[in-house]
Write a protein that binds this ligand. Sequence first.
Ligand SMILES: COc1ccc(N2C[C@H](O)c3cc(S(N)(=O)=O)sc3S2(=O)=O)cc1
Ligand SMILES: [Zn+2]
Length: 235
Amino acid sequence: YLVPVVILIVGPATWVEKFPEARGTRQSPVDIVTSRASSGGSAPPLVWRYSVNHPRSVVNPGYCWRVDENGYDSELRGGPLGSDVYKLQQWHCHWGSVNGEGSEHTVDGRAFSGELHLVHWNTSKYNSFTEAAGQPDGLAVLGVLLMVGSKHDELDKVVRLLPYIQHKGDKVTFSEPLNPANLLPKRIAYWTYPGSLTTPPCTESVTWILFKEPVQVSAEQVRLNLCYYVNGKNV
Ligand SMILES: COc1ccc(N2C[C@H](O)c3cc(S(N)(=O)=O)sc3S2(=O)=O)cc1
Ligand SMILES: [Zn+2]
């Protein structure tokens, strides 16, 4: 007799059904093959400036956590961004369900324990984040690879709030001064490529800027991020 086999396909494999952009030609994340990366040549320096003393809220969007910038002033320019100025909209992280994996990008096939994304939109050309998010040069995301090492004090200002946002939709506001620039590595060398949002709607509107140097977070900070995951989902 035949055993009925039901194959439940969830996750990225089903995204194309609802989000046709996921079938595109510049989908992220990718594996960075370092031997094939060309040098940046005479690109201008990448520069950024962020607001520090404004209230921020951290929310559980259903995957990891996200900090919204609530429209406060900031600037990202230079590097591969031409003459356009971008503004920080939100930043969030991706962690795996097991330590040592969980980053979205890989480098020569190697995954990292997590990955921080600072999402910016092009204020020189567009009037809103939503409008920019649909344009090929609308968004610029700074990617920071996370590896287990020493405790990260700036990131800890968010990690210690995680017990208060254990479920999807939970949100907590904090007014402790925090400078997103302190989340970036000391060495600002990076890889850059034209890509997409890594989760639905997978829109091909992102100039990716992935820093080469990983940033260290403590094993306890990884554990705190992981402890709200069951099979990769926030509980
Ligand atoms: C209107 O179109 C929209 C555009 C963007 C979004 N977002 C949700 C996505 O999950 C998403 C994925 C991001 S990542 N991992 O940095 O590539 S950033 C981001 S989002 O919060 O901007 C929602 C609607
Ligand atoms: Zn992301």
